[in-house]
Design a protein around this ligand. Structure first.
Ligand code: NAD
Length: 502
């Protein structure tokens, strides 16, 4: 660990448990064993506010993946896991949720140190969301069932359906909500009786490796959860084509997801893709402007804008546009820019130098293309990948900042006169992950909801997420759902059984 990182941990007094974990050599978790990469290679993990080295993580290989898939297969094809009764799976998942809860402070600190995010947001959102997701799906383990059918064809039959776990599930996870996104994939898969191989994003493996220790402590049999750390182009790409993986669940960018999906479908592997977004926000003339401005700012600047369903394009009625901008800028000024471990941090550094460069190049493009910069726009001087929360006004549909996913703290705003025009612009995107409406006119809100091409629609709020509600995009934001009972269908096969009766 670099001294800059050690001093940073010292300054914010991180827990003894976190220090102990970070001081250990990091290993992958395969078949219940802690292993180096088969070729001994590792990659560096950097802390985003100091740019210092935290530790090194094994850079997995195809051979490591083979080993993980073989372990998961063994457990699925008649291993101890497969023989557990539903209530026993349920109990183990609750025990795992209890352990995550007991170690929540450490996990939130790891998330803040590794990804750079606000430790308070990590505790309240990422880790609480992870606990809730495991608890919610634990309950499903004992509530899965098929149907009994009375056939009309001549003869005498007993006909029924069985729901069966799909097999070995491969999960490829992005870096913006490392543990929570993993939980979105793993909890439901384990609840239905699948076994799993997880590849965390190379930028953010640490909380997932600590989680693996809790999997072991919970008594989940070896080989049911395997964590292969490594590069997307090596481990991720190999997962997409691995014949031992029955179902691939991917969260990440649309270009990578498209390739992963293509490889998976080529083998007729089941696949769920949770991809990028450029979510529109409609602010109508009757909205409570101060409340809407706060919610819109929170909805785009949370996690420094590194959120797939962030509300990044605001279409605001022209009669309230200038007032809305004033409220928005005034509230945005109150958001503290600080290192993630600062308990009052709202705007944390971006995850990497590359992400900062990408965001800054979009901000420059916005100015070049003629958008009016009304707040922010600069990277902070000195160490760390900090970028100010940035607001553009009078944006036009042809600008790259309006069309493309930036994945940083950048909001583009556009006034509208006619709601039909606003709807057309809102839907004029290849993405369709989420949308939001700010209005107290229920009639207008209800008439707009069905016309927005988005997997989630939030009204007078943004990114309200609950494990009981499905999450997933329309159009190029992907297909399939995470969360909610809907997710279970993507993890089980339905078998139709016909029994001829005498
Ligand atoms: P990314 O696509 O670069 O990487 C995602 C994961 O895929 C990582 O684990 C990476 O290692 C792996 N990967 C990279 N190349 C691969 C390849 N060739 N084959 C297989 N796997 C590969 O995305 P990211 O930069 O980590 O995350 C940001 C993106 O994720 C944004 O576009 C964001 O919108 C999207 N995202 C979507 C959701 C959602 O639920 N829809 C949630 C979070 C993030």
């Amino acid at each position: 660990m670099d001294s800059s990182v050690a001093q940073y941990l010292e300054r914010y007094g991180v827990s003894e448990a976190t220090r102990r974990f970070l001081a250990k050599p990091q290993k992958m978790f395969i078949d219940g064993q802690w292993l180096d990469s088969s070729d001994g290679q590792t990659f560096a993990v950097t802390e985003p506010s100091t740019e210092g080295l935290i530790t090194r993580v094994p850079s997995g290989t195809g051979a490591d993946l083979d080993r993980a898939v073989a372990a998961a297969r063994r457990q699925f094809d008649g291993g101890e896991w497969r023989r557990l009764k539903p209530l026993e799976r349920e109990r183990l998942l609750h025990r795992l949720a209890d352990l995550i809860e007991a170690n929540a402070t450490e996990l939130a600190e790891l998330e803040a140190i590794d990804m750079g995010k606000s430790v308070s947001q990590a505790r309240d959102v990422d880790i609480q969301g992870t606990i809730d997701t495991f608890r919610y799906f634990a309950g499903w383990a004992s509530k899965l069932h098929g149907r009994t059918v009375e056939p009309s064809l001549p003869g005498n039959y007993l006909a029924y359906t069985r729901k069966e776990p799909i097999g070995v599930v491969g999960a490829i996870v992005p870096w913006n909500f490392p543990l929570q996104t993993m939980a979105w994939k793993l909890a439901a898969a384990l609840a239905v009786g699948c076994t799993t191989v997880v590849k965390p994003a190379e930028l953010t493996s640490l909380s997932t490796l600590r989680f693996a220790e809790l999997v072991q402590e919970a008594g989940i049999p070896d080989g049911v959860v395997n964590i292969v750390t490594g590069r997307g182009s090596v481990v991720g790409a190999a997962m997409a084509t691995h014949p031992g993986i029955n179902k691939l669940t991917f969260t990440g960018s649309t270009p990578v997801g498209r390739n992963v999906g293509r490889s998976a479908v080529d083998q007729l592997k089941r696949v769920t893709l949770e991809l990028g977004g450029k979510s529109p926000v409609l602010v109508l003339d009757d909205a409570d402007l101060a409340a809407a401005a706060r919610a819109v700012a929170n909805g785009v600047f949370f996690n420094s804008g590194q959120v797939c369903d962030a509300g990044t394009r605001a279409y605001v009625h022209s009669s309230v546009y200038e007032r809305f901008l004033e409220e928005l800028v005034a509230y945005t000024r109150t958001l503290k820019i600080a290192p993630g471990l600062d308990p009052d941090c709202f705007i944390s550094p971006l995850v990497s130098a590359q992400q900062k460069d990408t965001v800054m190049s979009y901000i420059a493009a916005g100015q070049r293309e003629g958008a009016r910069l009304v707040h922010g726009g600069k990277a902070l001087e000195g160490q760390g990948y900090f970028v100010e929360p940035t607001i553009f006004a009078h944006c036009h549909r042809d600008m790259s900042i309006v069309r493309e996913e930036i994945f940083g703290p950048v909001l583009v705003t556009t006034p509208f006169d006619d709601i039909e025009d606003a709807l057309t612009q809102a839907n004029d995107s290849p993405f369709g992950l989420a949308a939001a409406i700010y209005s107290n006119d229920l009639g207008r809100v209800h008439s707009l909801i069905p016309r927005l091409a988005a997997g989630s629609v939030y009204v007078n709020a943004h990114s309200t997420i609950d494990p009981a509600m499905p999450f997933g995009g329309f159009k190029e934001s992907g297909f399939g759902k995470d969360l909610g009972p809907e997710q279970l269908d993507y993890l089980m096969e339905t078998k139709a059984v016909w029994i001829t009766l005498p």
